[in-house]
Design a protein around this ligand. Structure first.
Ligand code: FES
Ligand code: FES
Length: 165
């Protein structure tokens, strides 16, 4: 059965794909959105995290047929405003979080969802909620960045994308 869903606001219609194909491979290989990463492939590390109808999903273990008729958001569409960064992206830059960067889109997708649920989380709430894995050891900076993103959300500060180099 062909797949039909929306991704980052764009319609995907009648995509000819095995319905059990993991959403991750549809995103990366069929739709050429490379921000969502493959790592463990077993729903353990969170590198492949996306949002499906507002829920955080590990797309390596999520068959595309479960996304039928849904709204999928990847890191490329995290900011609802094309001209500005999402507060989580801005905070990641301010706190200089990245090391190799591979795991970071997944962390940012998880962080954005956490902040919707808990607008001003404590360190412990962040540790309890975000179970993604970073092999480069950036977790302390991730905690700082999530707290900074919470401040940005509360103050509504944003940075135009054109100011980011
Ligand atoms: S690649 Fe999906 S959770 Fe690790
Ligand atoms: S920044 Fe390298 S794995 Fe997380």
């Amino acid at each position: 059965m062909p797949a039909n869903f929306k991704i980052n606001g764009r319609s995907v219609e009648n995509l000819d794909i095995d319905p059990m194909t993991p959403l991750l491979w549809v995103i990366r290989d069929e739709l050429n959105l490379k921000g969502t990463k493959y790592s463990c492939g077993k729903s353990l590390c969170g590198a492949c995290s996306v949002h499906v109808d507002g829920e955080l999903v590990r797309s390596c273990s999520f068959p595309v047929n479960l996304a039928e008729g849904s709204e999928v958001t990847t890191i490329e569409g995290l900011s609802p405003d094309e001209a500005a960064l999402h507060p989580v992206q801005q905070a990641w830059i301010e706190e200089n979080v990245l090391q190799c960067g591979y795991c970071q889109p997944g962390f940012m997708m998880a962080a954005a969802k956490l902040l919707e649920r808990i607008p001003n989380p404590t360190d412990q709430e962040i540790k309890d909620s975000i179970t993604n894995i970073c092999r480069c050891g950036t977790q302390p900076r991730i905690i700082k960045a999530i707290k900074r993103a919470a401040q940005l959300n509360l103050s509504q500060e944003t940075t135009p994308k054109t100011n980011i180099r």
